[in-house]
Design a protein around this ligand. Structure first.
Ligand SMILES: Cc1cc2nc3c(=O)[nH]c(=O)nc-3n(C[C@H](O)[C@H](O)[C@H](O)COP(=O)(O)OP(=O)(O)OC[C@H]3O[C@@H](n4cnc5c(N)ncnc54)[C@H](O)[C@@H]3O)c2cc1C
Length: 449
């Protein structure tokens, strides 16, 4: 911890989702006081908040995200295990069906932990608010960020006791995907924030279940993804309290039902019986819930001509992804690490702060966006400007997966990329590329190309 000057007495974080809580943990090292404002009530361990309605749906924290939280809050993984997270091996205990076949399973002795989103957020909130200089005010909404003379002055709040303006030396906007920051910037004369949008048109239906499992079975999760032009997707994960979170998702008009018999029938329609077999004797706990996600959005604050000093966006404020790739919480956590690293080199009022921060923060956004977009655009229902290399990417990914089916080391490397622990380039060694090119040749020969 180095760069802290007299102007770093109070940081305000707007929004206490995963991004806001992780950002507060990062800022706590550099500011005397960190205040979080969250429009919702205190999070409950077993129910989703209105501001995070997606919390009713299965949320996977990738290993890269868990490591990021651990670096900001040492021992957080142990806290998760202690709070009853399901722990499993990334390669062996998580069967995956894609490219119309089951992927091979190898035990890598690399653990992953899963909790429901409310339980994870409850734990994170508890841990962050136990930091001496961090406090959180629930049911207080940040109406706008106060911007004057090219910098942040504070926030305008609306709470139980009416409106108030509070000064701050630094503000992190973690209000999620609503576009509130872009509106504040436009109102203060910064112009319209450029956006990249992908029309994904996804609908989720999810519920928590008690699932009877055969003795000795180690499976803790299962993923089904149909090939294009199919529309269906499913994810099962063990969570805390001996329950399971089950999500079905569809593209376009193909929305999964929210009545139980329709839900099971949708799962039964998958190109494998195993997904339905896994859940068919399950007992629903509570209700099934629906969530619609029409678009993935990347707000290009980095492309504005000017950006106010002493301000940092994080998480879904910057990039809101197609949820089926399970990237959003991990990107938010990695960006909080980027924030911490930037604050260690730059005072928040230093003119180079924003550029230094956003360059680091976009490393996570860019790699997640690229992987998601290249996969999404293989589906004809998806709208927007497709990257030029969609077809090549899809074939290469298929070939990598087939190589990984035969080679545990390649599977482990591939999983590191998917889990955002390593960049895509780790797959580009001469040895792996030779195997992939050979497999690509076999694929092309078998399809007559
Ligand atoms: C159906 C679905 C499933 C998903 N599954 C996964 C998954 O498996 N893995 C994964 O990593 N990600 C998943 N995501 C994405 C993940 O939910 C988000 O990327 C993640 O929550 C982003 O965190 P955030 O803190 O940026 O935003 P959010 O979690 O949305 O938090 C924003 C917070 O700001 C608060 N807020 C908003 N406006 C104000 C205001 N004016 N004043 C004060 N507070 C305010 C909100 O109440 C909320 O608490 C999924 C998303 C959806 C829709």
């Amino acid at each position: 911890m180095t760069k802290k000057d007299a102007s770093q007495s109070r940081a305000i974080v707007a929004g206490a989702g995963i991004g806001g809580l992780a950002a507060a943990a990062a800022a706590a090292k550099y500011f005397d006081e960190v205040l979080l404002f969250e429009k919702d009530p205190t999070p409950e361990r077993r129910s989703a908040r209105p501001g995070v309605a997606q919390g009713r749906h299965t949320h996977l924290m990738l290993r890269g995200g868990a490591a990021a939280l651990d670096s900001l809050l040492p021992g957080f993984s142990d806290d998760m295990a202690g709070a009853g997270a399901a722990v499993y091996d990334v390669g062996a205990d998580f069967p995956v069906f894609d490219y119309n076949s089951w992927r091979s399973r190898f035990r890598h002795d690399v653990p992953m932990q899963i909790m429901s989103r409310p339980a994870l957020e409850h734990l994170l909130c508890d841990r962050v608010t136990r930091l001496d200089n961090v406090s959180i005010r629930h049911r207080e909404s940040v109406e706008s960020i106060v911007l004057e003379n090219g910098e942040v002055r504070g926030v305008r709040l609306k709470g139980r006791d009416g409106a108030e303006t509070l000064s701050a030396d630094f503000v992190v906007d973690a209000r999620g995907r609503s576009g509130a920051l872009a509106r504040d910037l436009a109102a203060a004369g910064y112009g319209d924030t450029p956006e990249t949008v992908i029309g994904i048109d996804m609908t989720y239906s999810s519920g928590h279940f008690r699932l009877p499992r055969p003795a000795g079975d180690t499976d803790k999760a299962m993923l089904f993804r149909c090939d294009p032009p199919g529309t269906r997707f499913g994810l099962i994960t063990a969570i805390e309290d001996g329950e399971w979170s089950v999500t079905l998702a569809g593209r376009g008009e193909d929305a999964p039902p929210t009545d139980l018999s329709g839900f099971f029938a949708y799962a039964k329609s998958f190109d494998t019986d195993r997904f339905y077999e896994f859940i068919k004797d399950g007992e629903l706990v509570g209700d099934l819930h629906r969530y619609k996600k029409p678009k993935a959005v990347w707000r290009r604050f980095d492309q504005l001509n000017e950006f106010p000093a002493r301000l940092a966006p994080i998480g879904d404020v910057i990039t809101s992804f197609n949820p089926i790739f399970a990237q959003g919480m991990t990107v938010a956590a990695l960006q909080a690490v980027a924030l911490s690293e930037t604050l260690s080199d730059h005072a928040a009022n230093d003119g180079g702060f924003f550029r230094a921060y956003i360059d680091k923060a976009l490393v996570a956004s860019e790699s997640a966006w690229r992987l998601a977009a290249l996969t999404d655009f293989a589906y004809p229902q998806v709208t927007g400007e497709a990257p030029p290399d969609v077809e090549t990417f899809s074939q290469l990914t298929h070939a990598v997966k087939l190589v990984a089916d035969e080679n545990p080391a390649v599977q482990r490397t591939f999983l590191k990329v998917i889990h955002m622990e390593e960049p895509e380039t780790v797959l580009q060694t001469p040895e792996i590329m030779a195997l992939v090119m050979q497999k690509l040749g076999e694929l092309n020969a078998s399809s007559g190309v």
